[in-house]
Design a protein around this ligand. Structure first.
Ligand SMILES: [Zn+2]
Length: 337
């Protein structure tokens, strides 16, 4: 372990990554964050720990981006892929999924201190209702159930999980998220309410207000950030019946355009669980909606060979400075260690 860490430090200092990057066709990295919080440990109760970044760590990331890379906007990536903009070397884009309020109150001011403009994808139904999306509710349920050591039994299979056990809890949570990812709108909300009734408790959506408002989104637009669509309900659009694509992709976009008073040109595929996260029908929908870009959660760097409607990203949360540089340098040099 120690040897690996020393090797990483050596490699990062050696200039080997930069040398290799110079030999490769130019690529861009799109970073994907979610929540950025000053009280992330508290917030991890309802927004899963893996998608919450500590504000100080986020600031370190942004400082490194400004000093050692070229932060650009998603618009510039789109222009670069279409050949109307020359992408600088070591270009990086910052994006946020879900539309949490802390993107406005915490992340945006930090980015602006370093002259960085980000892209924030709103879960439109959650923004409209000012309620956290369903996966925050299920995460809260299983977090609480862990502390209460609840035993969950699936009626159909008679399978039992001891939710006080970390691994069993995680397994049950993922399994119970599968039906949610296949549902949309009120049906999805009702399913989660049913789970909450069974557990006998649930996240108080009136009490915990974690979503950005449309007004804040409009203000971020004026400050140079980009607002994109992240569907209506945060389901997996590759796994819902075709007729529900209308609400999840088309109507959500109409609502967002109405609220922002301008065309919405960027989309992010939610990936709560289940694979894949896109298919031919969803791709056709992104084309019909005239999106300039659509991003995925799959790992990779953006090169000129990539379809602008299926762009990979680099998922980030609380990586320390070395780990952050390591992830970025590896991705830019296309070396997977
Ligand atoms: Zn999401």
């Amino acid at each position: 372990m120690l040897f690996k860490e020393k090797l990483k430090t050596l490699l990062l200092k050696s200039g080997a990554f930069r040398l290799r990057q110079m030999m490769l066709p130019r690529s861009v990295l799109i970073l994907a964050y979610h929540s950025v919080a000053t009280d992330w440990r508290k917030q991890a109760d309802y927004i899963t720990r893996g998608i919450t970044t500590d504000a100080d760590i986020f600031e370190d990331h942004m400082r490194i981006l400004r000093q050692e890379y070229n932060p650009i906007t998603l618009e510039e990536v789109s222009d670069g892929l279409r050949g109307t903009f020359s992408l600088p070397p070591r270009s990086i884009v910052v994006t946020f999924d879900d539309g949490f309020a802390d993107n406005y109150s915490v992340a945006a001011p930090i980015m602006e201190r370093y002259g960085i403009r980000g892209t924030i994808y709103l879960t439109v139904g959650a923004t409209l209702r000012q309620e956290l999306p369903w996966f925050c509710r299920t995460n809260f349920l299983f977090q609480r159930a862990k502390n209460k050591n609840i035993i969950l039994t699936d009626k159909k299979t008679n399978r039992t999980w001891h939710l006080g056990d970390q691994l069993e809890n995680r397994e049950a949570l993922v399994l119970y998220c599968h039906p949610c990812a296949r549902l949309s709108g009120d049906e999805l909300s009702d399913y989660v309410s049913g789970l909450e009734s069974w557990f006998g408790f649930g996240l108080d959506l009136k009490e915990v207000r974690g979503m950005m408002t449309f007004e804040q989104a409009r203000e971020l637009r004026q400050r140079g950030h980009i607002i994109g669509n992240h569907t209506f309900s945060h389901c997996n659009v590759a796994h819902i019946p075709r007729e529900l694509l209308q609400l999840e992709m088309v109507e959500s976009n109409e609502i967002l355009e109405r609220e922002l008073g301008e065309p919405v040109e960027h989309f992010s595929y939610p990936h709560p669980c289940l694979n894949p996260q896109w298919n031919d029908a969803t791709l056709a929908e992104t084309e019909k909606l005239n999106y300039k870009t659509a991003v995925l959660t799959s790992f990779g760097q953006v090169t000129s060979r990539r379809s602008p409607l299926l762009l990979p990203r680099i998922l980030l949360n609380n990586q320390d400075n070395k780990e952050f540089r390591w992830k970025l340098e590896n991705a830019l040099a296309k070396i997977q260690v």
